[in-house]
Write a protein that binds this ligand. Sequence first.
Ligand code: PLP
Length: 380
Amino acid sequence: MKLFDVYPLFDISIVKGKGCNVWDEGGQKYLDLYGGHAVISIGHAHPHYVETVSRQVGQLGFYSNSVINPLQQQLAKRLGAVSGYDDYQLFLINSGAEANENALKLASFHTGRKRILSAQKAFHGRTSLAVEATDNPKIIAPVNANGHVTYLPLNDLPAWEAELAKGDVAAVILECIQGVGGIRMVTEEFAQGLSAACRRHGAVLICDEIQCGYGRSGRFFAHQWLGIRPDIITVAKGIANGFPMGGVLISPEFTPVYGQLGTTFGGNHLACAAALAVLDVMEEESLVRNADEMGNYLISELKKMQGETSHIVDVRGRGLMIGIELDVPQKQVREALIYDEHVFTGCSGTNLLRLLPPLCLTKAGADEFLSKLKRVLNNV
Ligand SMILES: Cc1ncc(COP(=O)(O)O)c(C=O)c1O
């Protein structure tokens, strides 16, 4: 059997990681400013993570959601405290798409409504309703195109208010910093106006924090920069540093109903141990603060480069979620970074480099990236 060929691959096989570096099978070292697509939060192969996950798998990797799992309870308590959402409820699943799927479903159960508002260029995952809420017709199969979703321009409050005023919207789903959409930032005025309009019209506000959350923006959640408190928050990616896991944080206004949501694997013992180890390290090493400081440093240095050199036309983002818009195709720059300078970065569209490094990035790592990027841009 061969693999179903849906990924355009770099001709590189990564076999080892440590902190913000990875190595290929030939022993070549790379600087990782991509974090395996925003997934590596505490760094590759952190000793505390390795020890905790290894110990847990030796004791009990999995048992079903039909018995008490004290690790889920510990995770809910710790996540509530660290994020400022003590009074919310946690439902655990295995991925970002599943988190959004369950959030949208809950909003629909709660309101009895079927319509969803989503932003233009939004990305919320590739399953049923999550993909329908994703503004990319190429990945919405005919079976998923059910007309539930209206896509609206980001930050255009009157457009969203007009749809909400129709009184039939179950949920508004929003990335406060769009990832796949190109590091587009929600403004404070829009976020607060939208939150108030959702309340006025009985719609559930869901913040998709799958990429921008879990410390990446320099606060625990990106929406916390904007002074709003959504009804539902979805998380995944960095939550377990690469172990597949997602979570839905649900306001106390939602009453759980036995059997309404459920999953076989979600919240299993091994995933919870991984997520608890992530929170230990995030707290011990002040990684949210580090994301803020390193992000500010990178953004200001990149803006200086934009003034001095060429090819950078815009720098935007928050914390360690940064977009560098170029006047040349990102593909050319990204490939030179990988193959010549041995640096991984992400991308979006044709002209944007996207930085999503582990939250433990050091100043030395940031400087190494900046000098390598400068060299590449001088040669294009
Ligand atoms: C904002 C956002 N939402 C949802 C998802 C989907 O997550 P997953 O690939 O784990 O299903 C992603 C993945 O990139 C994302 O960036």
